[in-house]
Ligand binder design. Structure first.
Ligand code: NAD
Ligand code: WQD
Length: 331
């Protein structure tokens, strides 16, 4: 049985579907700080299977003790945390408290209940401004904002935990840019307020909830001057978690994988792909660079392919169409 912390969120909900579709039993704990309770029913509707759900905070040690006592958990996937880069610069203490404390409380509960397999949601943000592309897992790590530092610190904590107990198996997954939604169109990314990330902003412009996309800079060192990123379909990413969890069954110790496609697209590539896949227009203006942004970021997906047998298969068109479908369905 697998425990998903933050399992009603964007990536967690898609991973729950992928796990259930592959006959895994799923328990979710989520405090609903960035998700809605109806996602639980939606996951069950898509899969035709039931999940056990605990509403509460991963930092609540008594709750975690109860969850591990009541369920035979062998693997934990730890998604819970705050994730907005800009917000983290305004309320850093909340970010450190939530992301780091939740991980520590979880690790203590796992230790107490002798649960030794953990998959952790890290981020390509831990590579900072990488020296060259593609990015390999052994590149130097750095962070330029509190959110990124929480991920970096947690990775270090996990290395210490593994060093102290080598029988602890940990897969650190560094996601690149997750986009898209489940093909059913009933779960997807639904940020509150004005989206920070590119794809949810595009879908809101395409559905006329927002007027114009602001393209943050067109003077980067890229093929058209706009920022290049490695966008990966969230259902591919979800499959990566299944593969990582399977890997942990063979006691690999601590392992680190990029989850990306290996292909970079610019902001304008994304706009064009969205317009042609979804037959809608996405008006935009060129604006100032966003502070902290880098020119280019894309993964080497080789290690995950070789060691996990994981390869992203969904196309850019799939990413655009499924994102649009979810936005239209969730008016
Ligand atoms: P999300 O906000 O949609 O999901 C996180 C979930 O965790 C939410 O449902 C929220 O209610 C819950 N949560 C937060 N703090 C909690 C706590 N203390 N106790 C219980 N539940 C809590 O985010 P997501 O996009 O699904 O991201 C999941 C993980 O992946 C996060 O750790 C994030 O930092 C990481 N990540 C996300 C991206 C991305 O672009 N979406 C990229 C790289 C890494
Ligand atoms: C993508 C590109 C922007 C919005 C962030 C986090 C990272 C990870 C994924 C969690 C960039 C441009 C964006 C807009 C734009 N999250 N853009 N107009 O910044 O690569 O990564 O999410 O771990 O840590 O930093 O993603 O979607 O915000 O931006 O022009 O309105 O789109 O400048 O080039 P980013 P993004």
């Amino acid at each position: 049985m697998m425990l998903l912390t933050g399992g009603l969120g964007y990536i967690g909900s898609h991973t729950a579907v992928e796990l259930l579709d592959n006959d895994q039993d799923v328990v979710i704990v989520d405090n609903l700080s960035n998700s809605q309770i109806d996602v639980k029913d939606k996951i069950q509707k898509i899969t035709g299977k039931s999940i056990k759900f605990y509403e509460g905070d991963v930092r609540d040690a008594d709750l975690m003790d109860k969850i591990f006592s009541e369920n035979k958990i062998d693997t934990v996937i730890h998604f819970a945390g705050f994730k907005a880069v800009g917000e983290s610069t305004k309320i850093p203490i909340e970010y450190y408290k939530n992301n780091i404390d939740s991980t520590l409380v979880l690790l203590e509960a796992m230790k107490k209940h002798n649960v030794k397999n953990l998959v952790f949601s890290s981020s390509a943000t831990v590579y900072g401004k990488a020296k060259s592309m593609p990015i390999f897992e052994d590149f130097p790590l750095s962070a330029s904002n509190p959110y990124g530092r929480t991920k970096l610190f947690i990775e270090e904590i996990l290395k210490d935990v593994h060093a102290a107990d080598p029988s602890f198996n940990i897969a650190i997954l560094r996601y690149f840019n997750p986009v898209g939604a489940h093909e059913s169109g009933i779960i997807g990314e639904n940020p509150n307020g004005i989206p920070n990330n590119l794809m949810p902003y595009i879908t809101r412009v395409a559905t006329k909830k927002l007027d114009l996309l602001h393209v943050f800079g067109n003077d980067y060192e890229t093929h058209d001057g706009t920022g290049v990123r490695d966008y990966i379909h969230v259902c591919d990413l979800a499959h990566g978690h299944l593969k990582a969890a399977q890997k942990l069954e063979n006691n690999p110790g601590l392992v680190v994988y990029n989850l990306g496609t290996g292909t970079g697209y610019s902001v304008l590539d994304m706009v064009k792909a969205f317009e042609s896949s979804c037959k809608v227009s996405v008006p935009y203006v060129i604006d100032e660079r966003r502070p902290g942004d880098i020119d280019t970021c894309f993964a080497s997906p080789e290690k995950a392919e070789k060691e996990l047998g994981f390869k992203a298969t969904r196309t850019l068109e799939d990413m655009c169409k499924s994102s649009f479908n979810f936005e239209v369905n969730n008016k």
